[in-house]
Design a protein around this ligand. Structure first.
Ligand code: HEC
Length: 195
């Protein structure tokens, strides 16, 4: 830097000099300006689209709508499956598709407490003919759906939904009276073995 005083007359954009440090007012580069204008336009369009006119309801509402649709579809499937009956559950316990689903649910959530083969661990043996809460198909379905929360058996209805409760009940019906080796001693009154 020269010691000569800065000639201000040549620098139109110059606004401020202090201690020979020159602050100038240059035109901003176009790419910078267009980026700025772009963000402003984007913000306005975004606000109109998502807020002011809500053309798109947004991800939360879309998710809620999806959940509603799922619940309705599940209700329709339960309706189509008809009312739950003793005979219906026995029938289901002979239906391969239902049993396959029931077995899958059992392996995923029930086996931890009732053992993979149903012999019992934390929960009672499901393969003997003693049942604390009744061994009839509807009674078993009710125990699974409503649970026995005070005794550590959760209510599975809200988590699994009615159809999976029926499927896993069907699977439990196939375990009934199989008396697997090494099972937990019987708990609850013995009931007539199922035919
Ligand atoms: C956290 C452990 C746990 C899990 C997981 C669990 N159970 Fe249980 N279950 C229990 C306990 C404990 C009892 C005994 C409740 C009592 O003493 O009244 C029980 C009782 C039952 C009974 C009644 C048995 C009887 O003698 O009347 C059935 C049926 C049953 N469970 C099925 C299931 C099914 C099906 C699943 C999976 C969807 C499941 N359980 C998951 C702990 C569990």
């Amino acid at each position: 830097m020269s010691d000569a005083p800065h000639d201000k007359s040549h620098d139109k954009g110059q606004v401020h000099v202090y201690d020979d440090i020159v602050e100038e007012d240059n035109r901003l580069p176009n790419w910078w300006l267009y980026t700025l204008f772009g963000t402003i336009v984007f913000a306005v369009v975004y606000w109109l689209y998502y807020q002011a006119y809500a053309v798109d309801p947004g991800p939360v509402a879309a998710y809620q709508a999806e959940r509603r649709a799922e619940r309705k579809a599940e209700e329709a499937r339960v309706l189509a499956a008809g009312e739950i009956t003793e005979e219906g559950l026995v029938e289901l316990s002979k239906t391969p598709a239902a049993l396959a689903e029931g077995k899958k649910v059992y392996a995923e959530v029930c086996a931890a407490c009732h053992r993979t083969d149903g012999g019992g661990q934390v929960g009672p043996n499901l393969t003997d003919s003693a049942w604390i809460h009744g061994g009839k198909p509807l009674e078993i379905a009710r125990t699974i759906r409503d649970g026995v929360p005070a005794k550590g058996m959760l209510a599975w209805g809200p988590q699994l939904g009615e159809l999976k409760v029926r499927a896993v009940t069907a699977y439990v019906l196939t375990l009934r009276d199989t008396n697997v080796a090494g099972g937990k001693p019987p708990q609850g009154p013995a009931v007539e073995p199922a035919k």
